[in-house]
Design a protein around this ligand. Structure first.
Ligand code: BTN
Length: 250
């Protein structure tokens, strides 16, 4: 992955560029990287603040031969790869506290460091292509008001400027390995142990906010389809699906 790299000084959104390249037939592994985005997109229709010089904004094109309902698992494959890539670079400053907040945020010292936005293009029942967008707060020192308390960057946590190119390479190397394991199984069974080890909520009490019910539980890890396994107060275990619930630390 990431062999065919398109670089932009400024672009609307790397996700939009990769989706367009995907529609035009670009090969799997095409990676768009930008120094700045003018219309960076976050999840749930939010925007992603994307100033120049300070972050990684990148999107990867995939053409996996899987069913559309398997595609959300790719977000977890990327979350694992980004966490590992950051630790490989030593950019976590020897700090073991780089963690995954299920399903797809990376947290350092309790604050959000990375966001991932996966978008899928289907034709009838088949996946045409999948775009995985990754935003890593590398050297940002200021954040918009709404996220000032909850966001951070590698520079803020490490106390020094961090180079972006080696980090992109480390993440892509990990993704290539993890993607191969994912495709071999068709699910996360080869990756769930490592993912679960890095879970910020692991063995901690969380509040499950579902459409129908809300309750406190202990997060135990993920299963092979990427659902969060929790133990409820009555001792029973349940698997919760990312599309249906959100999880808060208690
Ligand atoms: C989130 O809301 O947590 C997901 C944020 C994803 C941001 C990245 S930056 C690169 C790519 N291009 C976009 O427009 N969004 C993603």
């Amino acid at each position: 992955a990431g062999r065919n790299i398109v670089y932009y000084d400024s672009v609307d959104s790397t996700n939009l560029r990769i989706k367009q390249m995907g529609d035009e037939g670009a090969p799997e592994g095409t990676l768009a990287v930008a120094d700045k985005q003018t219309a960076g997109r976050g999840r749930r229709g939010r925007s992603w603040d994307s100033p120049s010089g300070s972050s990684i904004y990148m999107s990867l094109l995939l053409r996996p031969k899987i069913e559309p309902d398997q595609a959300p698992m790719l977000t977890l494959v990327m979350a694992l790869s980004v966490a590992e890539g950051i630790m490989d670079c030593g950019d976590s400053c020897g700090n073991p506290d780089v963690k995954i907040k299920w399903p797809n945020d990376i947290i350092i010292n309790g604050k959000k460091l990375v966001g991932i936005l996966t978008e899928m293009s289907t034709q009838i029942d088949y996946i045409n292509h999948v775009t995985i967008g990754v935003g890593i707060n590398v050297n940002l020192t200021e954040f918009p008001e709404e996220i000032r308390e909850t966001a951070t960057s590698l520079r803020l946590e490490c106390g020094h400027v961090v180079k972006r190119a080696p980090l992109i390479a480390a993440v892509m190397k990990r993704f290539e390995q993890n993607y191969t394991v994912f495709l071999e199984h068709g699910d996360l069974s080869g990756l769930k142990e490592r993912y679960s080890e890095l879970l910020v909520n692991k063995d901690r009490e969380v509040r499950i906010l579902g459409a129908k019910e809300q309750y406190n539980a202990y997060a135990l890890g993920i299963n092979q389809t990427g659902e969060l396994i929790v133990r409820k107060e009555d001792g029973t275990e349940e698997a919760v699906y990312a599309g249906e619930v959100s999880v808060r630390g208690v």
